[in-house]
Design a protein around this ligand. Structure first.
Ligand code: BDR
Ligand code: CA
Length: 309
């Protein structure tokens, strides 16, 4: 399968890249970087460093949006470290980002191979919204879109009702949700209950090799932050779970379909992901997304560990 990754690495973005890179059947056709967990210069640089670490040098990395479509940017150094990778230093990249923007690279690739490329979007959706502006037929050119973002039936993480990726660019997310993609949503509904447990983190520490060692060091930083939320030393696996659902859809054991919208004006709810959850929702011309609500957690964690061995 051929995958374009749009991301803001970011510790869990890094682990998502590790998952994809370890799978021989996955061709990573390009990576778009976006602001989010850090500035776009840092996230693009991290993408290059991570592709080298995980054995996929040569993948084109394109710099994308430095800020949201409308609001001011907010970054997340307190969650991902000053360098976006838990303050773990990886060797400086030997490659540079390509000259095209992330949106331009995505549009060119899907025009060259219509219906063949899947997109994994695990950062703010700004690059995808810009790509939709460049190519309104994008939803028909992309095979499948898997998005990590939103909090549908659970509390948010950056505010009471909002998840970071959607909150970082609500206008972009609304444009993407309304565009008609074949879309799977990996929201906090599933990622906050599919965690790297203390036992799993301990098992990872025993895995030899640079990839596992570095990833374990990233996750040490992440688990430190998440200990304040879970009360135990474990961490969410937001972006890796989205990568896993893309590559291994059989991991999904429960989901529901609903059209998604993003609240753009609420005083308390701007950035909220809204699904019509009524038994008999009103007629809606928006294509429904598949919201993942249960996965085979042990199988996912096993596959994640395999990817780092
Ligand atoms: C999402 O926000 C980012 O900080 C993470 O990388 C993930 O994509 C979780 O809310
Ligand atoms: Ca991310």
């Amino acid at each position: 399968m051929r995958v374009f990754v749009d991301c803001d690495p970011g510790i869990d973005d890094a682990v998502a890249l590790a998952y994809l890179a370890a799978r021989p059947e996955v061709e990573i056709v390009g990576v778009g970087a976006v602001f989010g967990n850090n500035s776009v210069d840092v996230t693009a640089d991290n993408a290059l460093r991570l592709l080298a670490l995980y054995g996929r040098p040569g993948v084109p990395v394109a710099v994308g949006a430095a800020r949201p479509l409308v609001q001011a940017p907010r970054l997340a150094e307190h969650v991902h470290g000053d360098n976006g990778l838990g303050d773990v230093e990886l060797p400086a990249p030997s490659e540079k980002p390509v000259a095209e923007s992330a949106a331009e690279l995505l549009v060119r690739l899907v025009r060259e191979s219509p219906g063949e490329i899947d997109v994994l979007a695990v950062g703010p959706l700004t690059n995808l919204a810009i790509a939709l502006g460049l190519e309104p037929e994008l939803p028909g050119l992309v095979r499948r879109l898997v998005v990590m973002g939103g909090a549908v039936r659970v509390p948010g993480n950056v505010a009471s009702h909002t998840e970071a990726n959607i909150n970082n660019d609500p206008e972009a997310a609304e444009a993407v949700f309304g565009a008609g993609f074949d879309l799977d949503l990996i929201a906090l509904d599933i990622t906050m209950k599919t965690v790297a447990t203390p036992e799993w983190l301990a098992e990872l520490k025993e895995v030899p090799g640079e990839r596992a060692e570095r990833t374990s060091a990233f996750l040490d930083f992440y688990a430190e932050f998440y200990t304040g939320i879970f009360g135990v030393r474990q961490c969410a696996m937001h972006d890796p779970l989205a990568a896993a659902v893309l590559v291994d859809p059989h991991l999904v054991t429960e989901s529901f379909e609903a059209p998604l919208r993003v609240e753009l004006s609420g005083r308390l709810t701007r950035g909220m992901t809204v699904a019509d959850l009524r038994q008999r929702p009103a007629r809606d011309d928006r294509r429904p997304a598949r919201v993942i609500t249960e996965v085979a957690e042990a199988a996912f964690l096993g596959l994640m560990l395999d990817a780092l061995r």
